[in-house]
Each structure stands twice: as structure tokens, then as C-alpha cells.
Write a new protein. Structure first.
Length: 190
């Protein structure tokens, strides 16, 4: 029987829109924190904006591993961001989770975000990692049954998805590999 995770083997720019509507779930002690993925960005080693562009390093090792794992990195000396590794092993590809719509554990997520509520709680890659307590210790965790799980949901119709250029990067800014749910208030930047 084919796994529902099989699509993660596709190129990152095909996986990124398919992840919209899926759920990212964080098990922490006896609490479940979760959110619906509403914004993504694709990266791979052919892309100057990708961490994998210059080849495999100790930092990017997880990106070059098998699909279906979490790649977590530290940025700006203060924030964590998380990605779903995609493509075949050795590809160096991942999809950045840019925004979530909170579903469960919102009181804990708010506390993790110093009292932030509503859209500002998870409308950015660093914000959602802080809300879900995702840090470097979770780098490489399997998304089928790890402390962070990806729950596959039916594909969102293409007419409900906006495709545009990525944001917050200095290279390859014209690559249209950012995808988000149309009219969703949790998207980081409409």
C-alpha cells in the first residue's frame, strides 16, 4: 500500500503547495500543539537562496537525507525555522513552513509567544517554531511518528492557492516558490 507520505519524494516546488492544509503537530509532554499549514516556501540545491546550494555540510546534512524529516535551523542569532525535507535522498531539498493557523493547544502556544494571540501567534516561520517549541533538538526528527508529526490532509484546490515569489531572502528573490492559502489571515504577508 502506498504511503500518504510518498508525495514528499517529489521536487520541493511541487511538495510546497501540497503541504498547504496539512497539519503540523507537536507532542510535548502530555500536550498536543497543532496548526494547519497555510504558507510554505520551496528550496533545493539548484537554488542560490537554499542552505544546500553549496553542497552538504554538517548544518545541511538533514536536508540531504530522506524525505519526511524535519530540518531545523537557527537564524539571525535568535530564531529557529523548520522545514520538511523533500525529494530523493541526496537532493538537498526542503520546504520552509512559513505560517500556521493554530488548531489545538492555543493557550500553551500563546504562553510560548509571551501572550501573543490571534494571527500574530504563528504568522511567521520563527513565530510558529516558538509557539510549538521547535528548536535544534528536533532537527532530523521523522515526521511520521516523532515529537513533531506531519498529518496529511486532502489537497487544497489550486484556485485556493496563491503562488508568488519568496520573501525575506537576499538571493534568487524572483523564484516563484512561495505558496499560501488565499485570504487566510495567518499568512505572514499577503
Amino acid at each position: 500500500m502506498a504511503s500518504s507520505f510518498d508525495f514528499l519524494e517529489l521536487p520541493s516546488y511541487e511538495v510546497a503547495p501540497r503541504l498547504l492544509g496539512c497539519v503540523l503537530e507537536r507532542q510535548h509532554e502530555d500536550q498536543v500543539l497543532s496548526g494547519r499549514i497555510v504558507e510554505t516556501e520551496a528550496y533545493d540545491r539548484t537554488d542560490a537562496a537554499s542552505h544546500s546550494y553549496k553542497g552538504q555540510t554538517s548544518r545541511t546534512e538533514v536536508m540531504f537525507g530522506p524525505a519526511g524529516h524535519l530540518y531545523v535551523y537557527f537564524t539571525y542569532g535568535m530564531h529557529y525555522c523548520c522545514n520538511v525535507v523533500t525529494g530523493p535522498k541526496g537532493q538537498g531539498a526542503a520546504v520552509l513552513i512559513r505560517a500556521l493557523e493554530p488548531l489545538t493547544g492555543t493557550n500553551i502556544m500563546s504562553a510560548n509567544r509571551h501572550g501573543q494571540t490571534g494571527t500574530t501567534m504563528t504568522n511567521g516561520p520563527a513565530k510558529l517554531c516558538q509557539a510549538l517549541m521547535i528548536d535544534k533538538k528536533l532537527n532530523g526528527v521523522g515526521l511520521r511518528d516523532g515529537a513533531v508529526r506531519l498529518i496529511i490532509k486532502p489537497a487544497v484546490p489550486s484556485e485556493d492557492i496563491v503562488q508568488t515569489t519568496r520573501i525575506g531572502i537576499s538571493q534568487a528573490q524572483d523564484v516563484p516558490w512561495r505558496f499560501y492559502l488565499k485570504d487566510n489571515p495567518y499568512v505572514s504577508k499577503q
